[in-house]
Design a protein around this ligand. Structure first.
Ligand code: KG4
Ligand code: ZN
Length: 349
């Protein structure tokens, strides 16, 4: 086993090579564990979704999520280790999402990860969930080279970030109200679609006309911030005025407006900062039309497009373990005094 020292992220902490990291993710409603080698080779990735548990309530119930994480985490970790063909003694670090997310849910993962790290005598690495969504792209495209522009669209966040180098970022813009995923979930609810709303709208929109209704494109020409609460109200007003409107047309037109704003701003940002490529991340990155439009825009502008596979866009622990490899080399182990932070910001913002 050799020891690697300095890496692209200004690494200072020596890590072994190969370096096997167990990642744990419990920030919302997925209980996940994965083993990733050297930040890029996924030896195992297990995701246990609680969607069925929360579906009848139309959204995530925090208390139920925490209890389910308590029940599911140890078996999910055991399965990830078996699939990777290693045990605790074969690991070099244990990593976990420390925020942002639901406090009760985060605490389950953080407490377990610290206990595993102590028991196995390996470093603990606390990972920022938003940065992990970005590093999901590096898992599948290890030759991805900054400068890049990242469009991170999830249930809780909508961020446009310039990635100047590994672990070096500049926040360009963010939502001033609802996140893109939140808008999908709320509009789905008012159309009577099941939770989670994003995939349901995506599916229904396939049968609709995206030009049927001209929903507003908020702040389209104003900088890099976003606003999605207005469009939700517009959809509500439209549906009330036109009770017989085709749900598929409403879904397709809503989706079209959101995607239009996201892609227009991401594209403008990439050209302005001189990025080599555009990278999509977060749960909403699983949206078919967003993926297609971003790819088209990149082809038109001569940019590389990095669109992770759908399973890497939604919450998983492989992205947590991959991020931990970069962070461990750059920052060293996270002190055990560092706890869960539900309001953690994107690094450097
Ligand atoms: O990143 P994620 O799995 O969890 C958070 O960290 O928030 O994102 C979940 C969000 C939900 O709002 C969900 O409706 C949305 O991603 N989503 C989608 C699609 N799949 C998931 N939104 C639009 N189209 C999809 N296909
Ligand atoms: Zn997420």
């Amino acid at each position: 086993m050799s020891t690697v020292e300095v890496g692209a992220g200004g690494a200072t902490f020596p890590v072994p090579s190969p370096c096997r990291i167990l990642g744990i993710e419990t920030s919302c409603d997925e209980t996940a564990a994965a083993v990733v080698v050297d930040g890029s080779l996924v030896a195992s990735s297990v995701v246990s979704s609680q969607v069925d548990l929360h579906a009848r309530f139309g959204g995530v119930v925090p208390e139920l999520a925490s209890r389910a994480h308590v029940e599911l985490l140890n078996p999910v970790v055991a399965e990830a280790l078996v699939e990777a063909g290693c045990d605790g003694a074969g690991l070099d670090a244990v990593a976990c999402t420390i925020g942002p997310g639901l406090i009760g849910a985060l605490l389950v993962g953080v407490s377990a990860a610290k206990a595993y790290a102590l028991a196995w005598g390996v470093p603990f690495v606390g990972v920022n969930h938003l940065e992990a969504h970005l590093y999901a792209a590096f898992l599948e495209e290890p030759d991805l080279e900054p400068p890049l522009v990242l469009l991170l669209v999830s249930g809780g966040h909508t961020l446009l970030v310039a990635m100047e180098g590994h672990l070096r970022y500049r926040l360009l813009g963010a939502t001033i109200d609802d996140a893109a995923g939140e808008a999908f979930d709320k509009v789905a609810r008012l159309l009577g679609l099941p939770y989670p709303g994003g995939p349901a709208i995506d599916l229904l929109a396939m049968d609709g006309d995206p030009t049927a209704i001209a929903f507003p494109r908020a702040m389209l020409d104003e900088g890099y911030d976003f606003s999605f609460s207005g469009i939700k109200t517009s959809v509500l007003t439209y549906v009330r005025k036109h009770p017989d409107a085709s749900g598929a047309d409403v879904a397709a037109s809503f989706q079209e407006a959101v995607v239009d704003v996201l892609v227009t701003k991401a594209r403008r940002a990439a050209l302005e900062v001189g990025a080599k490529g555009l990278c999509l991340a977060g749960g909403v990155a699983a949206n078919s039309v967003l993926r297609e439009r971003l790819l088209d825009a990149c082809i038109a502008d001569g940019l590389r497009a990095f669109v992770p596979s759908r399973s890497m866009c939604t919450d998983n622990a492989a992205m947590v373990a991959a991020t931990a490899w970069w962070r461990l080399r750059a920052d060293g182990p996270t002190p055990l005094s560092v706890g869960a932070d539900p309001g953690l910001h994107f690094p450097g913002s």
